[in-house]
Design a protein around this ligand. Structure first.
Ligand SMILES: C[S@@+](CC[C@H](N)C(=O)[O-])C[C@H]1O[C@@H](n2cnc3c(N)ncnc32)[C@H](O)[C@@H]1O
Length: 253
């Protein structure tokens, strides 16, 4: 852990904000809440918004979550997303019949597991990979429940990562949600650009992460992509947080 801490300090002083860097086990039994629903139910963003609350939210950066959501924080899958944004994003990406997924920066694994389980209801994923610089034991447990899912502990700023990426031809959908600083975010985008059909960015509307917004604005100006945004906010929160940008290759639509 000391080695990971020092690696993170050099790449991101912002991580000091986190209560602790080690991951917290997530309640994988909540997957049943997704598996038990039919696709008619899962197509409706309002249903998904409620379902995400039942699945459970993360409680790091609690000040970014409105009080109305606090009962769902710190439990279940510890999804680090705004339900009002993530629900609409999931419904839209499911329509694209995703067949493979890469999440860059998984933290406790909640968004990864939710995305994989949700997309599987619409089109079985051939493979789904979550990567992080910090070990995630819950994802090793999840691999046993879902053999198409895999966790890889790797630093996206390393040469090992570049070599590792070469072992995959393509990723249908990639979510970039790691260190929210401009240079790393842009590096991660460039690293997967040629291999990915669809690239999502988290925190494009977060007041604390102007670097992510800057990279997202650059992506929106690339003619190859059709871009959508999921940036709805909660009324009782003063500033703008989170926000998902989705860049879909035009030929993939
Ligand atoms: C905001 S959290 C991810 C949240 C997760 N996607 C979710 O929605 O629940 C960011 C994660 O990125 C990881 N990270 C930061 N820099 C990284 C790097 N250079 N390589 C790999 N992972 C990194 C951190 O360890 C952390 O777990």
């Amino acid at each position: 852990m000391a080695q990971i801490n020092s690696q993170l300090k050099t790449v991101n002083p912002g991580w000091k904000k986190l209560k602790k860097l080690n991951t917290i086990p997530i309640d994988l039994e909540r997957i049943a809440l997704i598996r038990g629903k039919d696709t008619d139910y899962l197509c409706d963003p309002t249903n998904i918004e409620s379902l995400i609350l039942e699945l459970g939210l993360n409680d790091e950066g609690l000040e970014e979550f409105p009080e109305s959501l606090h009962n769902s924080c710190g439990q279940g899958l510890r999804i680090w997303q705004y339900p009002v944004q993530f629900s609409k994003y999931l419904v839209d990406v499911a329509k694209l019949k995703i067949d493979s997924y890469l999440e860059i920066g998984i933290r406790h694994g909640g968004t990864f597991v939710t995305t994989v389980e949700y997309l599987n209801k619409f089109n079985p994923l051939k493979y789904a990979i979550g990567i992080d610089i910090i070990p995630c034991l819950s994802l090793l447990e999840y691999e046993k429940i879902n053999p198409t899912a895999k966790f890889v502990k790797i630093n996206t700023q390393s040469s090992d990562y570049k070599e590792w990426l070469k072992t995959y031809d393509k990723f249908d959908l990639v979510l970039i949600d790691s260190f929210h600083e401009e240079k790393q975010c842009r590096n991660e985008f460039i690293s997967v650009k040629e291999q990915a059909n669809i690239i999502a960015f988290h925190d494009i509307a977060n007041i604390n992460y102007p670097g992510v917004k800057k990279v997202w604005e650059e992506v929106k100006n690339i003619d190859e992509y059709d871009c959508r945004e999921y940036i709805a906010q909660y009324k009782d929160i003063e500033f703008s947080y989170m926000g998902i940008g989705l860049a879909v290759r035009k030929e993939r639509l």
